[in-house]
Design a protein. Structure first.
Length: 391
C-alpha cells in the first residue's frame, strides 16, 4: 500500500470534526502564506470604533489594538485547528506536538508571506499567539461545540481583517491630497529642495483640512499621497484602492529629479516605507524594507544597503510621529510649517556600509539576524532618535 493510499484510508476513518479541522488547517495555512499581512490599516473600521468606545483611547492606538487582536486571531487559529485535528492522539504525544507544531507552522507561514524571517517583535508575537492558540485548543478539544464556535469566530474575524482596505474617508483625503501635490509639483525645484517643498505642500494641505477635526487622517493622507507620487505606484495597490492620477510617466519623471540626501533612491525608500507604515504598521514596513534589501544582495542586485535602511527607518519614524496621536499629528504639521531641513529628516549616513552581497552579509554581518546587522540597525535607530523632529 502506498503512503498516499494509506493516509487516505486513515483519514477517512477519522471523526468528521477531525477531518474538517485537518482540511481547514491546510487551507488556512495556505491563506496565511499568500494573503497580504496585514491588509491596509489592518482592521475594519467597526473594530477600531469599538476599541475606542471600550477603552477611550485615540484612533491610532485603537487601530493598533484592533489590528493586533485580529492578527492574533489569525495566527492563534493555527493552534486551535491543529488541536482539533490531533484530538484522537494520546495526550502525552498530542500536547508537545501541538505546542511545538503550532508555533513552527505559524512561523513558516509568515516567513513565506513576508519573504524573510519576521523581525524580532513580530517573531515573538507570532510564536506566542500560536502557542496560546494551541493551549486553547487543548483545553477545549473534547468539547466539539466549543471548539467549533471558537474556530468559526476566530477564523471569521481573521478573514474579515484580511479583506480590509482603505476606508472611504481616508481614500477621499488621499486622492485629494495627491491631486493637490501634483498640481504644485511642476513648480518645485529639483534635488533636496524639491523633496522639502513637496513635504511642506502636502502637510500644509493636511493642516488646512485639520481645523476642528482629528489631524491624524489628513496626515496619513499626506504620507500616502507622497508615497505614491515620490515612492512607488504600487503603494496604492497595497492600499487595495488605486488612485487615478494620470500617466505614470509624469510621476516617474518627478521622482528622477527629487532627491533626499542627494540621492533619488533614498527619497523613494523614505516615502515607500512611510506609506507602508501608514497603511499597516512600523514593524511590517521595516520587515518589507529588510526583505527588499536582502533581495538586493543576490547576484545582479545593487547589494544590501544600510544607507537605504536608514532612509526606510526615517520614513517609518516620520509616519509614526505624524499619526500616533492627535496631538503628535498637530505638532508635526506645525514643525513642518515652520521649516525643516534634510538633516531634520534623515540621520547621518557616515560609516553605514552598502553594496553588500549575500555571501558578505552572511559572513561579515551574520545575516539578517546577525550581531553586526543588529548593531548597525540599532545605530540607525539611535541616530534617528536624536533628531528633534521625531521626538
Amino acid at each position: 500500500m502506498s503512503a498516499a493510499s494509506g493516509f487516505s484510508s486513515w483519514f477517512t476513518t477519522q471523526p468528521l470534526p477531525v477531518r474538517i479541522a485537518g482540511v481547514a488547517l491546510a487551507v488556512w495555512l495556505v491563506m496565511l502564506c499568500v494573503l497580504p499581512d496585514p491588509r491596509p490599516l489592518g482592521a475594519p473600521e467597526w473594530t477600531v470604533h469599538l476599541a475606542q468606545r471600550l477603552t477611550g483611547i485615540a484612533e491610532p492606538r485603537a487601530r493598533f489594538v484592533a489590528t493586533t487582536l485580529l492578527r492574533g486571531a489569525g495566527v492563534g487559529l493555527i493552534g486551535v485547528l491543529l488541536a482539533v485535528a490531533m484530538s484522537g492522539w494520546k495526550s502525552r504525544t498530542a500536547v508537545p506536538a501541538i505546542l511545538v507544531g503550532a508555533p513552527l507552522l505559524a512561523l513558516v507561514a509568515k516567513w513565506i508571506n513576508f519573504g524573510a524571517i519576521p523581525i524580532w517583535p513580530q517573531l515573538v508575537f507570532i510564536l506566542l499567539v500560536a502557542f496560546l492558540g494551541g493551549l486553547a485548543g487543548l483545553a477545549l478539544r473534547r468539547n466539539w461545540a466549543a471548539l467549533g464556535a471558537l474556530a468559526v469566530v476566530t477564523g471569521g474575524l481573521a478573514v474579515w481583517a484580511t479583506s480590509t482596505g482603505v476606508c472611504n474617508d481616508l481614500y477621499a483625503a488621499w486622492q485629494g491630497t495627491a491631486r493637490h501635490v501634483l498640481d504644485a509639483a511642476a513648480d518645485v525645484p529639483d534635488g533636496d529642495e524639491g523633496f522639502l517643498r513637496l513635504l511642506e505642500i502636502a502637510f500644509a494641505y493636511a493642516e488646512d483640512n485639520s481645523h476642528g477635526t482629528d489631524a491624524v487622517l489628513p496626515n496619513r493622507a499626506a504620507i500616502l499621497a507622497l508615497g505614491k507620487i515620490l515612492g512607488d505606484d504600487n503603494v496604492a495597490r497595497v492600499g487595495g484602492r488605486d488612485l487615478d492620477l494620470g500617466p505614470p510617466e509624469d510621476r516617474i519623471s518627478l521622482r528622477r529629479r527629487i532627491l533626499l540626501g542627494g540621492r533619488g533612491d533614498l527619497s523613494q525608500h523614505f516615502w515607500v516605507s512611510a506609506a507602508l507604515a501608514a497603511l499597516a504598521d512600523e514593524s511590517r514596513s521595516l520587515a518589507v524594507g529588510l526583505s527588499k534589501e536582502e533581495m538586493d544582495s543576490t547576484p545582479g542586485g545593487s547589494g544590501f544597503s544600510f544607507v537605504d535602511m536608514a532612509a526606510n527607518s526615517a520614513g517609518i519614524r516620520l509616519a509614526a510621529a505624524a499619526t500616533r496621536t492627535e496631538r503628535s499629528a498637530h505638532t508635526m504639521q506645525t514643525r513642518i510649517r515652520q521649516g525643516v531641513e534634510v538633516s531634520d529628516l534623515l540621520p547621518s549616513l557616515r560609516e553605514l556600509p552598502e553594496g553588500i552581497t549575500r555571501d558578505q552579509l552572511q559572513a561579515d554581518f551574520g545575516g539578517l539576524s546577525g550581531a553586526e546587522t543588529r548593531r548597525l540597525l540599532g545605530e540607525i535607530d539611535r541616530r534617528i532618535a536624536e533628531l528633534p523632529l521625531y521626538r
